[in-house]
Design a protein around this ligand. Structure first.
Ligand code: NAP
Length: 442
């Protein structure tokens, strides 16, 4: 009997695992991908910035995997709502957790609960039409926004906030977000890094984009830039020196006629978010590096701003029924082996780092473990899952149903936008029609 595998989560980690299972077990596996949203692909759809359409093209290869006869997509099915992890473990020989890190890490400073503090997961979800965040209504009625962190998410957020409507025309940003950004009086976006320009985690392509925007200038203080990258491997030095050269070029740029500015401020760490009920400003402390770590100097300063977006990393949460390491916010595992028949891949296994393709080796490793650990399938798999979901009256969205949603999104877009995303689950289900109700077959 083929080995039945349920993968929880249809983001890159989930799909790379499905792809690896099909290759590794060559005809001897049936894979059911269970996804809580009707729409597949996780961060490809809801994390990658709406103006980075080329990055989203990896979804085409995931689509090929989804069409394989061994694979079945169960969209709009939530583990914890429609069925439990224990039930999935009863029906399938192996369960792979690929649920990612959908929440924000907290800064842990006073004032973080004020209106106008919005974590990057929520803000990125909002401008990407994620149904959980479509109603976020961020406080954009401000001239200044502070983004905390020097990673690619921070730079994505800054860029989306300062690009013109014309620059976003070929993106898939939802209309509500584009309008809100266009109407906002935002002029200054601050990117605060607690360490220096060499330690910043931006990749160079993303950093360089900030220098070629229509109506926004990068602002860099040359005094914060070292002459060279310092001691590190040759590979790291090449990457860091590229960023340094880009920042040096930014430091010489004239703001000119451009109305918006993105200020790169290094060696500054937020200590308090200021204001009453709502955000009015941010107090920061200057830092210096000691053994690679940022250490406060005791010198503080304040800036006025109406919105603070901590982009300091994402966070996973426990899946009921699976072990969880609270301190590191991951499912503890031996390279993906969690317990007999239970595996983890991607950010829930490793923490929130790396690019999309970084998830591929996780899937390959777990597919091999499943082959070696399970040998032959003994559990009913898909048929039992379908029965269970039918009993519960779950509205399962199959992959063919998703393709209908996608077609409607593409048909609804005005050129050159690639799609007009639905941001309400009810609207997605309307497109699928009653066929989705109590049905899981494609
Ligand atoms: P990240 O790369 O880990 O960056 C997090 C940033 O937050 C770092 O600069 C970190 O500084 C800072 N930080 C953490 N805690 C802080 C605190 N308490 N106070 C001040 N600053 C703090 O994470 P990310 O930007 O969320 O990105 C997640 C992953 O997705 C990354 O691997 C990223 O490359 C990837 N991604 C890639 C793209 C792309 O390729 N275009 C786009 C988006 C995301 P320290 O370094 O000092 O800890």
């Amino acid at each position: 009997m083929p080995i039945s595998v349920a993968i929880v989560g249809s983001g890159p980690a989930g799909f790379y695992t499905a792809e690896a299972l099909v290759k590794t077990l060559d005809g001897g596996v049936a894979v059911d991908i269970v996804e809580r949203l009707p729409t597949p692909f996780g961060l490809i759809r809801a994390g990658v910035a709406p103006d980075h359409q080329t990055t989203k093209k990896v979804a085409r290869s995931f689509e090929k995997t989804a069409h394989r006869p061994e694979i079945r997509y169960f969209g709009n099915v939530e583990v914890g709502r429609d069925l439990t992890l224990a039930e999935l473990q009863e029906t399938h020989d192996a369960v792979v957790l690929a649920v990612g890190a959908p929440f924000d890490r907290a800064l842990g400073i006073p004032g973080e609960d004020k209106v106008g503090v919005i974590g990057s997961a929520a803000f990125v979800g909002w401008y990407n039409a994620h149904p959980d965040f479509a109603d976020l209504d961020p406080r954009l009625n401000t001239e200044a926004v502070a983004v905390i962190g020097n990673g690619n998410v921070a730079i994505d957020i800054a860029r989306v906030l300062v690009k013109t409507a014309a620059e976003m025309a070929d993106s898939d940003i939802p209309e509500y977000a584009q309008r809100a950004i266009e109407r906002a009086p935002v002029k200054d976006v601050y990117l605060f890094g607690r360490r220096g320009p060499i330690e910043a985690k931006f990749t160079n392509v993303e950093l360089r984009e900030m220098g070629v925007l229509d109506d926004c200038a990068p602002v860099v203080d040359a005094a914060q830039l070292p002459d060279a990258a310092g001691e590190m491997s040759d590979r790291d030095r090449r990457l860091k020196e590229k960023n340094l050269a880009t920042l040096q070029e930014f430091a010489t740029q004239d703001v000119g006629e451009r109305r918006k500015r993105v200020h790169f401020r290094f060696f500054t760490s937020p200590v308090e978010i200021l204001g009453g009920e709502t955000v009015e400003g941010l107090r920061l402390e200057k830092t210096r590096l000691e053994g690679g770590r940022a250490v406060g100097t005791g010198e503080t300063f304040e800036i006025a701003c109406g919105l603070v977006i901590p982009a300091v990393g994402y966070r996973s949460v426990a899946v009921a029924g699976a072990p969880f390491d609270e301190a590191n916010a991951v499912v503890p595992s031996d390279d993906g082996r969690v317990a007999p028949g239970l595996y983890a891949v991607g950010w829930i296994k490793r923490g929130p780092s790396g690019v999309i393709a970084t998830n591929r080796p996780d899937g390959v490793a777990v597919a091999e473990y499943i082959r070696d650990d399970i040998g032959n399938g003994t559990k009913p798999g898909r048929a039992a899952l379908e029965r269970l979901l039918e009993e519960r009256g779950a509205q399962v969205v199959g992959f063919a149903d998703w393709k209908k949603i996608e077609e409607a999104e593409e048909a609804g877009a005005g050129a050159p936008a690639p799609r007009r995303k639905f941001f309400r689950i009810a609207d997605m289900l309307k497109v699928v029609g009653t066929g989705a109700t109590r049905r899981s077959a494609d």
